[in-house]
Design a protein around this ligand. Sequence first.
Ligand SMILES: N[C@@H](CCC(=O)N[C@@H](CS)C(=O)NCC(=O)O)C(=O)O
Length: 210
Amino acid sequence: MYQLTYFPIRGRAEHIRLFLEDLKIPYESKIVNFEDWESYKAKHSGTEKLPFGQFPIFQDGNLHLAQSGAIARYLARKHDKYGKTDEEKALNDMLFDMAVDIHSIYLKHIYDPQRKQKMDIFVQEAKGKLELVEKFVNRRGNKFVVCNEPTLADYYMFEVLDILLREEKTILDSYPKLKGIHNQMKNRSHIAAFLKSDRRFDKPVAVSDA
Ligand SMILES: N[C@@H](CCC(=O)N[C@@H](CS)C(=O)NCC(=O)O)C(=O)O
């Protein structure tokens, strides 16, 4: 069975969890608590178990994968969710990397001790990206970001939209397509069940009021 090892937060593993859950792919979720991290890292960093000294780690038999993007792409290829054509695959990469960029805006903001005073800057920066994704999705005219069914990029985009909404609940109000995709993803039956389950961590990051 696949194994996914990460901290007890959503973080950079949640899009992978969402993918596995939506497709009902069995996996073992291994959680390493923050207080155990330094000793875990000292013991395993640079080994097959923790090749680059960071989580998440995904294991499929003898394959140990670091880098959340590599893990997501591996799974999308293996389970045929990368898109059918080279064009769909390239666009999936493009939208996935845009989700990574939006996630970076969120992470920079959420770890800033002054973040409450800097909400306007965060919202403006995030909306700058959302507007462009909204335009792309409109031009493309499909139900999800690239295709008419969820593919690679939708899982990361959903997670990113969800954490933005958590920080600013009106942030998607001007983006009906993105709001619609967020809703469709949230209401997919296996995802809805996961969101209610004890496999779901509430916190996107280890920040008490995030
Ligand atoms: N580019 C990597 C970044 C991984 C990363 O930053 N992991 C963090 C948790 S989200 C980590 O392991 N931090 C602990 C450390 O670096 O000591 C990915 O996407 O997987």
